[in-house]
Write a protein that binds this ligand. Structure first.
Ligand code: NAI
Length: 253
């Protein structure tokens, strides 16, 4: 495991969206374990308070911001207030995401726009707010959680796949714009991971997906958290603009 201890006497601060459950929760716990102070972000406060308590019981530190990431002003305000309170921002994990699946012929403008607003526009807003404090610290790790749907497409997910593919172009542009300031930006693209988002898929669909995967199993939130820990590590400063598919060998692209 990477050595994440810093020379100075401070903790790196990580801002993790969608931290109330699933992949975001696992990411928050993993980063807290790696001695980061974690700002837990999601729409409702009580699961975040429970998680903050759990992290503190385990010897870590966390704070909570209840924000709808689809509300750009509120999201930027949460980042600004975290920087004010904690004095720095080092790691931004844009994980919050939604699906509104439908075949393209039936998909409404609203279904398309909602997904783009929550999954893509929010990430642009968060990066814009986080860039200045990261540049000031001459250190930053931006990690955007996309999806293999955004790399290879997925029937019924025109909105979702477009939002996740958009993250790839956004991330690579940010990597180029901020690289000289010590800020990296990378995409983690999960395959099928066992969370609430995939809980309602019929077993038949899950079995079909497993058969296409080299590892023949669905992923866990911890599988994704491990990849986020890797790209946000202290010594990952030469890794930027990359898309890492963590998908059990589903796409290999
Ligand atoms: P989930 O549905 O279990 O959790 C999503 C989290 O995002 C929750 O904490 C939820 O409260 C939060 N969230 C949703 N909309 C929000 C909003 N408007 N404002 C603030 N918070 C909001 O989802 P899961 O599975 O943990 O997914 C996390 C990320 O991973 C998403 O971006 C998803 O697209 C991506 N992903 C998931 C895969 C899977 O198989 N579960 C596969 C590929 C990507």
């Amino acid at each position: 495991m990477a050595d994440n201890s810093t020379q100075e006497d401070f903790k790196r601060v990580a801002f993790v969206t969608g931290a109330s459950r699933g992949i975001g929760r696992a990411i928050a716990k993993r980063l807290a374990n790696e001695n980061r102070h974690v700002v837990l972000v999601s729409r409702t406060e009580s699961p975040l308070n429970d998680l903050a308590h759990e992290i503190e019981q385990a010897g870590g530190s966390a704070s909570v911001r209840a924000v709808d990431v689809g509300d750009g002003e509120a999201l930027a305000g949460a980042i600004e207030s975290a920087v004010k309170e904690l004095g720095r921002l080092d790691i931004l994990v844009n994980n919050a995401g939604i699906t509104r699946d439908n075949l393209v012929l039936r998909m409404s403008d609203e279904e398309f726009d909602d997904v783009i607003r929550v999954n893509l526009r929010s990430v642009f807003v968060a990066i814009r707010a986080a860039a200045r404090p990261m540049m000031k610290g001459r250190f930053g790790r931006i990690v955007n959680i996309a999806s293999t749907s955004g790399l290879v497409g997925n029937a019924g997910q025109a909105n979702y796949a477009a939002s996740k593919a958009g993250l790839v172009g956004l991330t690579r542009t940010i990597a180029r714009e901020l690289g000289s300031k010590g800020v990296t930006a990378n995409v983690i693209a999960p395959g099928f991971i066992e969370t609430d988002m995939t809980a309602n898929l019929p077993d038949q669909v899950k079995d079909g997906v497993k058969a296409m995967m080299a590892l023949r199993r669905l992923g866990t939130p911890e599988d994704i958290a491990a990849a986020v820990a890797y790209v946000s590590a202290e010594d990952a400063g030469f890794l930027t603009g990359q898309v890492i598919a963590v998908d059990g060998g589903l796409t290999m692209c």
